[in-house]
Design a protein around this ligand. Structure first.
Ligand code: ZN
Length: 244
């Protein structure tokens, strides 16, 4: 089985569309690690697509804030404005869908899905200090996480350099070891923060035990124009081009 692993789409329809085209014909099933909406200008188009096409989805902190499940009181002013705009823009059906999304961790059999971490759905796994307790909690399982918008991850054993190879998208393909705790982040589809603007995603081949970290360009100018035209803070358009 090959899984298309998506995270942090953040209502960026142009980025999602480009990822689906880029990965077309290469996967059997889609999974989403949360933050379907928030920041971008197309919350309904993206949520409609996820509702229809993604059987396993967990919620992110922006999904909770944008559907009204949580007050975005701790968000910075720009994120808070976007959450309130999204709440007002979502259709009742899409608001209900986001409200009812499951919290992680979700056990997919072949792997675990979390938004932030295994221990706290809102925790950022940024460095090895954050990751070490999580690797213990993973109990020898492969875990996909999101939330940081940074593609990559954490392994207990050193990566087999001979098995790691650059792939055609400019990303890296690695072989994951069975029975070992591994935390991998596909990166953000709709708002990457690793100083690259291209949409990020991962493909996981559970039989061959390969994870491909992929990037693909998308219609950035249209996504930025829609954010400005919607009256969302212009900083949200600018940051997309900077990958931060
Ligand atoms: Zn996010």
């Amino acid at each position: 089985m090959v899984y298309l692993i998506l995270s942090d789409i953040h209502a960026n329809w142009e980025a999602l569309e480009a990822v689906l085209k880029h990965a077309a014909g290469r996967y059997d099933q889609v999974c989403c690690l949360g933050d379907v909406v928030g920041y971008g200008a197309d919350p309904n188009a993206v949520t409609d697509w996820v509702r229809t096409n993604v059987p396993r989805v967990i919620r992110g902190n922006h999904d909770k804030a944008c559907c009204g499940l949580e007050d975005p009181v701790l968000f910075n002013p720009v994120a808070r404005f976007a959450a309130e705009w999204t709440r007002d823009t979502l259709s009742p059906e899409n608001r209900d869908y986001l409200w009812n999304l499951a919290a992680g961790p979700m056990d997919h059999g072949d792997f675990l899905m979390v938004h932030g971490s295994l221990l706290d759905e809102d925790q950022y796994l940024i460095d090895s200090q954050d990751a070490i307790p999580q690797l213990g909690a993973a109990g020898g399982r492969l875990v996909f996480f999101g939330h940081t918008h940074v593609q990559g991850g954490f392994l207990l054993s050193p990566l087999d350099q001979e098995e790691a190879a650059e792939n055609s998208s400019g990303g890296t393909t690695i072989r994951v070891a069975r029975g070992e705790s591994q935390l991998l982040n596909p990166g953000s589809v709709g708002q990457p923060r690793d100083l690259r603007w291209e949409a990020a995603y991962a493909l996981y081949d559970s039989e061959r035990q390969l994870v491909e970290f992929a990037r693909c360009p998308y219609d950035l100018a249209t996504a930025q124009r829609k954010i400005r035209e919607a009256g969302l803070p212009p900083a949200l358009a600018d940051r997309l081009g900077e990958g931060r």
